[in-house]
Write a new protein. Structure first.
Length: 295
């Protein structure tokens, strides 16, 4: 059985099947293999013809087109599997006789079974490629990259101890751990060194309270937050991102224009609790709203 060669031009790209389509193709090829294995060559005519053999050849060709596409290089690689009829190269008085057609057809059937088996192997490799692409290349590294979101919340504060304690106790009642800088051991470190050492948190709350006064040169002094609070606000914006920082503002005070894009909520009344809960939830934390409402 001579192997078909693809034309030198106008070869179509390989048919791209879904994983389900590939599995159906493998099953169809197995059906053709079973039909070949069960084919009875005794029904061949003296010249090797048989309507059932022609039908089987057509069915094989149709299956290859369904699996690989028409006029593709992969189709041409396996298309000889559809050539079942034995064609002798020469004719003499004693050749070919019926038994030559039978033997030749049997040989073609065995070759076709082998070719269709290779076609199945090609589809199984395509299926394996789909499964590989659907998985991350390094599942362990991917899992390590999705660390649990820390329930630690850093509280940046000034001199307003009442606001600081109120926010800290609220966070603890709704399931978070408050990190307050002055409660941590100094260990000979500067303030910023302590901030960096305890900065592995999932969120930061910045309390903007009117602890200082300041103004432009020649202007009238106005209430403002302490400078260290603004410094730490900028630090956590850079470290955690704007969506993981919430500023709570008490009283009237100047807010630097550079921080105009920062989310801040007024601490007047109790609505700040629901607002802080919403910001924590938006940052990816699970919030028990029953606890929020009772806090």
């Amino acid at each position: 059985m001579a192997r078909s060669k693809p034309p030198t031009a106008n070869v179509a790209p390989k048919l791209q099947l879904s994983p389900q389509g590939i599995e159906r193709g493998i099953a169809r090829l197995q059906e053709r293999i079973s039909e070949l294995a069960n084919f009875d060559t005794s029904q061949l005519s003296d010249d090797g013809d048989s309507p059932k053999l022609v039908a089987l050849s057509t069915s094989i060709e149709d299956t290859l087109v369904r699996c690989f596409g028409e006029n593709t290089s992969v189709y041409y690689r396996f298309s000889s599997a559809a050539q079942l009829h034995f064609s002798p190269g020469v004719w003499t008085d004693n050749y070919p006789q019926r038994h030559h057609y039978v033997e030749g057809t049997q040989k073609n059937i065995l070759q076709s079974i082998s070719m269709l088996g290779e076609a199945q192997r090609t589809l199984r490799e395509d299926l394996a490629d789909h499964e590989h692409e659907a998985k991350p290349e390094n599942p362990v590294a991917a899992d390590e990259g999705r660390l649990p979101l820390s329930r630690k919340v850093f509280i940046v504060h000034g001199h307003d101890e009442g606001s600081r304690e109120m926010v800290a106790r609220f966070l603890e009642r709704v399931g978070f751990q408050s990190i307050i800088l002055h409660e941590q051991a100094n260990q000979g470190r500067t303030v910023m060194e302590k901030v960096e050492a305890h900065g592995e948190v999932g969120f930061a709350v910045v309390l903007l309270t009117p602890d200082d006064e300041g103004c432009t040169k020649g202007g009238a002094p106005e209430p403002r937050a302490r400078q260290n609070v603004l410094l730490e606000l900028g630090y956590f914006l850079g470290r955690l991102g704007r969506d993981k920082v919430c500023a709570l503002k008490r009283g009237t005070l100047e807010i630097p224009s550079d921080f105009a894009g920062v989310v801040w909520e007024s601490m007047e009344g109790n609505s700040w609790k629901q607002a802080l809960g919403r910001e924590l939830e938006a940052a990816g934390h699970e919030i028990d709203w029953n606890k929020v409402m009772r806090a």
